[in-house]
Design a protein around this ligand. Structure first.
Ligand code: NDP
Ligand code: GDR
Length: 376
């Protein structure tokens, strides 16, 4: 029998990969999208099915995690077998600027969904996945982090996600719901939002190589992260809901790199060798050598990265490293794509976009790259 899934956050990075994955598995997939003044479905346009076509298996509903009546109505119409709660104000730095909204969506939004499932009497038939995060560990208490490492959240985002984590556990314990937390470490892809650090770097370096931007301005490049590929991680989200009993799992690669290393890799992918000079807020990255023809806009000595303290966070998470042993042992999950391979894929996609933008600019078509500075 065809299974039905409801994905909140289907227009985001993970939502788009998960929707693809579930459609391939034969699911009917429903997604909640927000009303926006411009189209916001770019990540799922390739799998969109015209609703006028009979038996379309991808269906979108307008909605918002801040609106209980809307969530209840969608759930009662769709009656899903599985709910994947991926929607969130997901930017840590932005959560310091919009803490109350972040709490409303990320914490209370999760409660609204769980409560709607219960209110509709679906708590025994509908499985629930919560997008929990390594940000819960924040000021880390032990390394590597496992399912039993104590939490110490360091941002309004992480505190909101802490509530969401525990309310998911609570609905499992109180009402016998099949509800799971995936404690996912950072995962990226060419579909990553442009203001998260990896994508900011791959897009920025590709633009600099093509002479579209002069320099990348970064925050704390000493930060250490355990970066995986979103494709590997959505597979695990589904696996978590296919077990006999619900449980919480850390999803990570078990390998850690610095933001500085990710900048170095991205440059290398473009044939650029970098040299980091100076310390603290005076640190810069200069071009040492350029090989190949991917960076015609650059020459040795050019400064391509500077530090802008405006990107420092009021409280930083300096280091994260996950131990995915439980996911491997209980579910047989292992990540297939390394951080370096992912970086290569991201740079290749961003270089293609930059080359297209360069051609348009050379033919007098304005400045086709968007450079907003809201990426705290
Ligand atoms: P994205 O930021 O790419 O996507 C977030 C999604 O949530 C988008 O579809 C967005 O809609 C939607 N959304 C935001 N606010 C609301 C709202 N009020 N109501 C309904 N929908 C809303 O995030 P990712 O795909 O990277 O992450 C998915 C989830 O996993 C998030 O909850 C995130 O916090 C969590 N997570 C992510 C990790 C990562 O490294 N990627 C690691 C650990 C956890 P729109 O497109 O309109 O903006
Ligand atoms: P993070 O991801 O905060 O870990 O949250 P992000 O890519 O934003 O930052 C990673 C690290 O890089 C440092 N950094 C910068 N970050 C950004 N965005 N821009 C910069 O210019 C910059 N310079 C340095 C940050 O300070 C940080 O240490 C992501 C989100 O997807 C969350 O939703 C998710 O829960 C966690 O990953 C796990």
């Amino acid at each position: 029998m065809t299974k039905t899934a409801l994905i909140t956050g289907i227009t985001g990075q993970d939502g788009s990969y998960l929707a693809e994955f579930l459609l391939e598995k034969g699911y009917e997939v429903h997604g909640i999208k927000r009303r926006a003044s411009l189209f916001n479905t770019q990540r799922i346009d390739h799998i969109f099915e015209d609703p006028h076509v009979e038996h379309a298996r991808l269906k979108l509903h307008y909605g918002d995690l801040t609106d209980s009546s809307n969530l209840t109505r969608i759930l009662s119409e769709v009656r899903p077998d599985e709910v994947y709660n991926l929607a969130a104000q997901s930017h840590v730095a932005v959560s310091f600027e919009s803490p109350e909204y972040t709490a409303d969506v990320d914490a209370i939004g999760t409660l609204r969904l769980l409560e709607a499932i219960r209110f509709l009497g679906m708590e025994k038939t509908c499985k629930f996945y919560q997008a929990s995060t390594s940000e819960l560990y924040g000021l880390v208490q032990e390394t590597p982090q496992t399912e039993t490492t104590p939490f110490h959240p360091r941002s309004p985002y992480a505190v909101a996600k802490l509530y969401a984590y525990w309310i998911t556990v609570n609905y499992r314990e109180a009402y016998g719901m099949y509800a799971c937390n995936g404690i996912l470490f950072n995962h990226e892809s060419p579909r990553r939002g442009e203001t998260f650090v990896t994508r900011k770097i791959t897009r920025g370096m590709a633009n600099i190589a093509q002479g579209l931007e002069p320099c990348l301005y970064m925050g704390n490049i000493d930060a250490l992260r355990d970066w995986g590929h979103a494709k590997d991680y959505v597979r695990m989200q589904w696996m978590m809901l296919q077990q006999d009993t619900p449980d919480d799992f850390v999803i990570a690669t078990g390998k850690q790199y610095s933001v500085r290393e990710f900048i170095t890799w991205s440059a290398e992918e473009l044939g650029i060798t970098l040299k980091f000079e100076g310390e603290g807020i005076d640190e810069v990255a200069k071009v040492e050598a350029v090989t190949g023809n991917m960076a015609p806009g650059l020459k040795p000595g050019d400064v391509v990265m500077r530090i802008d303290p405006g990107y420092f966070r009021p409280a930083e998470v300096e280091t994260l490293l996950g131990d995915p042993a439980k996911a491997k042992r209980d579910l047989g999950w292992v990540p297939e794509i390394t951080a370096r391979e992912m970086c290569s894929e991201m740079v290749a996609e961003d270089l293609r976009a930059a080359q297209r933008a360069r051609i348009l600019m050379d033919h007098g078509h304005g400045a086709p790259i968007s450079r907003e500075d809201g990426n705290r």
